[in-house]
Write a protein that binds this ligand. Structure first.
Ligand code: ADE
Length: 227
């Protein structure tokens, strides 16, 4: 079954309103909504903010039979060409706040794990096609950098750009990616840019989040029609 996950209510509420015949499953503080969207059986959930919430929720989705995972939400733009409203479809995900450098590991690398988790090619292709249907926005195919930090400085953006080649910064994608990769379950992260992760990020994020969350929803609906 296809799973669709966001971090916050605003990221899934538009999809939740359209979900047919929803059934609710709960486990350890996580709520999953089971039903159909555009005639497609789905599990839909708000996982909460940050990597731990994302990993816990992904594990629960997999336990409930998720065979593909789409994460939809907002992000801070890191790629210099990204503007508010633009869309990033993940090529792969990194955890920018992991540092085991004292033991000789590359920044972002968890010993014994992949340095970056690649998204599924089929889901990516479908997401890119659906994203290109959203009018007036740039669609970028790029790396998603996740960490338990809201990035709101020029230095923060520069670090993610130069050290990781990240397209955008958010707080969940790489945790979803890590769990899905371990289980061999295909995933893709779709992020709509709510701010450019600079010193205005907190204000822009609050202002634009409801608007750009609509773009992410449009992409998911476009994917459902193509899957
Ligand atoms: N989600 C939206 N904007 C973000 C930012 N600037 N940093 C981290 N996560 C975000």
């Amino acid at each position: 079954m296809l799973a669709i996950m966001g971090a916050m209510d605003e990221e899934i509420e538009l999809l939740l309103a359209d979900l047919q015949a929803p059934e609710t499953l709960t486990f350890s503080g996580v709520t999953l909504h089971k039903g159909t969207l555009e005639g497609v059986p789905v599990l839909l959930t708000r996982g909460g903010i940050g990597k731990v919430n994302a990993a816990l929720t992904t594990a629960y989705l997999l336990m409930q039979g998720a065979t593909q995972v789409i994460f939809t939400g907002v992000a801070g733009g890191v790629h210099p060409e990204l503007r508010v409203g633009d869309i990033v479809v993940s090529t792969d995900c990194v955890q920018h706040d992991v540092d085991v450098g004292a033991l000789g590991y590359e920044l972002g690398s968890i010993p014994g794990e992949l340095p970056a988790w690649p998204a599924d090619e089929t889901l990516r292709a479908v997401a890119l096609e659906a994203a290109r249907d959203v009018e007036g926005v740039r669609v970028l195919d790029g790396r998603v950098a996740s960490g338990d930090q809201f990035i709101a400085s020029r230095e923060g953006v520069q670090r993610l750009w130069t050290l990781f080649g990240a397209a955008c910064a958010e707080m969940e994608g790489a945790a979803v990616a890590q769990v899905c990769s371990k289980a061999g379950v295909p995933f893709v992260i779709i992020r709509s840019v709510s701010d450019t992760a600079d010193h205005d990020a907190n204000v822009d994020y609050r202002t634009f989040m409801p608007l750009v969350a609509r773009h992410a929803k449009q992409v998911v609906r476009g994917m459902l029609a193509r899957l």
